[in-house]
Write a new protein. Sequence first.
Length: 320
Amino acid sequence: MRIGRKSPKKEKRAMTVSLYGNLLFVVLELVMAIVTSSQAVLLDAVYDGIEFCMLLPSVFLIPLLYQPSNEKYPFGHMQLETVFVVVKGITMSAVTIGMIANSMNILFHGGHRVAFGVVAWFELTGMVISIFVAIYLKRKNRTLNSPIIETEMQGWKIDSVISMGMTLAFFLPILVPFDWFQKLTPYLDSILAIVLSLIMLPEPIGTVVSGIRDLLLISPDEETIQEIRETVEPELKDCNYSELYFEVVKTGRKLWISAYIKLEKDELSVRRFKMYQNRCIAALAQKYTDFYFELLPEIEFDEEEIRQQIMEENKETVGE
């Protein structure tokens, strides 16, 4: 049985807010990077530019994700979401590594000075905007449980933390007007760009690793499996069984859960079996918003018995 909330319009609306927010930041950061020649601001601009380019097709992708599965697409179009997230993660990882290499090159060639005060006030404004957008997306995603919105929300959180760090760093030359520190200021921008890149890098790499696992239909992490087990087992306590195991696959935002149960008795009415399945679905719905669950009896077969039956059928066929 499939469980899922159908709210593509709300999800598209939330993504549109993030889209326009990204576009605004890209334009402002590019202008500021040109004016101040700051590598750290340029890193932000490039990062947000990629976010915007990847976000634009995702807005049009959302309606596809809500189309039901069929014989041609047994998992629906959920894998498109995973592919999109993986491509985005790879692109952002590559850009971040490129920015580290570029900043190191500038660092080794004597660094450069930037208008620290202007950049500091700009980043402070950016931090406030990022916090507001992240809060908005978090509130919207409480009911949607969308991986795409979750990814965007994490991106805005990272942006706010980065902007806060850049604000503090670029205010330092103003707050610490000592000669010994002023000698270090040409290197401050490049060092900050490298540090920020290293902070950013684990996020897209983790996204790629997680997405590839989903594309290869590898089971989710052990914590998810254990949570599913702890949710389902209490609902089957009255059902006399000797063994219960799970096959769980994740495609995009959707979990596909198959629970195989080996009964101690040879018979169980379809009505009671359906009742147990409904109990499990109701319990899982308290924790997951988009999933497919099926409770299946584990039926043992005797290879020798099947072989004899095939031989007898072949003899009857030859006799005819």
